[in-house]
Design a protein around this ligand. Structure first.
Ligand code: GBH
Length: 499
């Protein structure tokens, strides 16, 4: 018989054993220089709906996220919404103080479309919304912080959704008008523009599966139409900027795409490639490849599946030559949001409903129980995945300039956030290793500056470097241990061991 003491020690050892195992995957050895290149920009990211609050302040119109959360509180885990969030609309100075403490080189934030054009149309132009962002931009610049602006981070004006939102090609012209308003007002000071944040997440859950605003369920149809319109809107905005404003303003423009990295247990390159073409290629290939258009594998598969469903036209028609040429090359850099990795393999039985993107994709995703897990059920620490993705991008898209526009870790919101530090350390190391291998990466934004509204998870998963006191109307920000660590990274331009 073991004594209680022996049992406890045994239990402890088993525990330590499993802890060491999962965090083992969350570390990376340096391969090259331990310093970030001279002009490398280190910063943090947020988005308007997730932090601003002031949902109807000063003439702001309702967005699809205002309506989605108000009309379906049951679809948000804690029945919350972004009505007041971290109240950055009124309390931007608290964010500014945190940004200065961190000593960031840049701040990536998004502009709420419904503050600029409350009903989506130019006729509703709202000067107070423009004033707000002028103040934000001026204060950043006065403190030596470069503004990096996302034009669209999921908050479509509700009035445009009435017309079908991203499934109606009218959104292209509405978007161009909005983008031009931003360029005219802010382009003298904003030199880094991101047209869209993660169109995958606008289209697949928004217009395919229906789990995110506007909650349209049209799998394998609505999502594909949405991609098509976003790619056209992005390209048209890029051309407008280059032809009319670039000469005077000299800024740069790209799009931000998200993907996880696919790991094959059996070293099956074809599975990995298939996963990345479906997750990233559908949006990256039309813009960043030499040939343009959707990835060949998708065009072929979906044409075949569509035919089997009795359709005369593919659910994913490729662009015609005009649009192929118009979309291809519309970038100065590629924004990448990277969080996690999954194992990928072809399933033994078809997945998802018929039709759906999941059915077309035909890949089963699983996670390794040995990987360190965040609070979010989809988020694991596997920094080799970031190296793998950066290698894929280097080879597939001619070593395009990459800005990591998001990367981060969720937990319960504790101030002693050691796992977040482990995550940042290892992922920053992946960036340095990829640079050593030849990747052209020029900036990194940690997600996120402050705890914020995590979409359908409400406030139950926290990604901030700073905690926000949601119980107090003053929404005080408190630096977590990770904020102190990240500041050290920025100060030393390296990845310190100690924290
Ligand atoms: C980013 O998306 C967003 O840009 C940002 O607004 C957000 O706060 C941040 O991530 C953290 O989530 O629940 O299994 O269906 C990252 C890509 C894609 C990750 C959708 C979560 C949901 C998986 N996201 N995914 S699941």
């Amino acid at each position: 018989m073991l004594s209680l003491g022996q049992l406890l020690i045994f239990g402890l050892l088993v525990n330590i054993g499993s802890l060491v195992k999962s965090s083992d995957n969350c570390t990376l050895r340096p391969r090259g220089s331990t310093k970030f290149p001279k002009n490398f920009s280190l910063g943090v990211a947020t988005s308007a709906y997730q932090i601003e609050g002031g949902w109807n302040a000063d003439g702001k119109g309702p967005s699809i996220w205002d309506e989605f959360t108000h009309e379906n509180p049951d679809r948000i885990k804690d029945r919350s919404n972004g009505d007041s969030a971290a109240n950055s609309y009124q309390l931007f100075d608290l964010d500014l103080k945190a940004l200065k403490e961190l000593k960031v080189d840049h701040y990536r934030f998004s502009i709420a479309r419904t503050r600029i054009f409350p009903n989506g149309d130019v006729s509703s132009r709202n000067q107070k919304g423009i004033d707000y962002y002028n103040t934000v931009i001026d204060k950043l610049l006065a403190n030596g912080i470069e503004p990096m602006v996302t034009m669209y981070h999921w908050d479509l004006p509700a009035e445009i959704q009435k017309l079908g939102g991203f499934t109606n090609s009218v959104i292209i012209n509405y978007f161009i008008a909005y983008a031009e308003e931003l360029i005219i007002n802010f382009g003298d000071r904003v030199k880094t523009w991101i047209t869209f944040n993660e169109p995958m997440q606008t289209c697949k859950p928004g217009y395919g599966e229906g789990g995110s605003a506007p909650g349209i369920k049209s799998p394998g149809v609505g999502d594909y139409i949405c991609f098509n319109n976003i790619l056209k809107a992005h390209a048209a905005t890029y051309h407008l900027y280059r032809s009319k404003y670039f000469e005077k303003q000299g800024g740069r423009m790209g799009i931000t795409l998200d993907t996880f990295f696919g790991v094959s247990k059996t070293n099956n390159e074809a599975d990995v490639d298939r996963a990345l073409q479906y997750l990233l290629g559908i949006l990256a290939h039309p813009i960043y490849s030499k040939t343009g258009g959707y990835p060949e594998i998708m065009v072929k598969d979906i044409a075949k599946n569509s035919q089997a469903e009795g359709r005369k036209v593919s659910r994913l028609p490729d662009f015609n030559e005009y649009w192929k040429a118009t979309i291809r090359g519309t970038f100065d850099f590629l924004g990448l949001n990277f969080y996690t990795s999954k194992y990928v393999e072809r399933p033994s039985e078809p997945l998802g409903e018929n039709p759906s993107m999941l059915r077309d994709y035909d890949i089963e995703e699983t996670a390794d129980p040995k990987w360190l897990k965040a609070k979010s059920n989809w988020l694991y620490c596997y920094p080799l995945g970031l190296e793998g993705l950066l290698k894929f991008v280097r080879e597939e898209y001619d070593n395009v300039e990459v800005k990591i526009t998001e990367n981060g870790w969720s937990d319960e919101g504790e101030l002693d956030d050691n796992n977040r530090i482990l995550y940042y350390k290892s992922h920053l190391q992946a960036v340095l290793n990829a640079i050593h291998d030849g990747s052209n990466i020029t900036s990194y934004s940690a997600w996120s500056l402050v705890d914020n509204f995590e979409w359908s998870k409400g406030y139950t998963e926290k990604f901030g470097l700073y905690s926000v006191n949601m119980k107090s109307p003053k929404r005080e920000r408190v630096a977590k241990k990770s904020a102190i660590y990240y500041r050290k990274v920025i100060e030393t331009r390296s990845i310190p061991d100690e924290f």
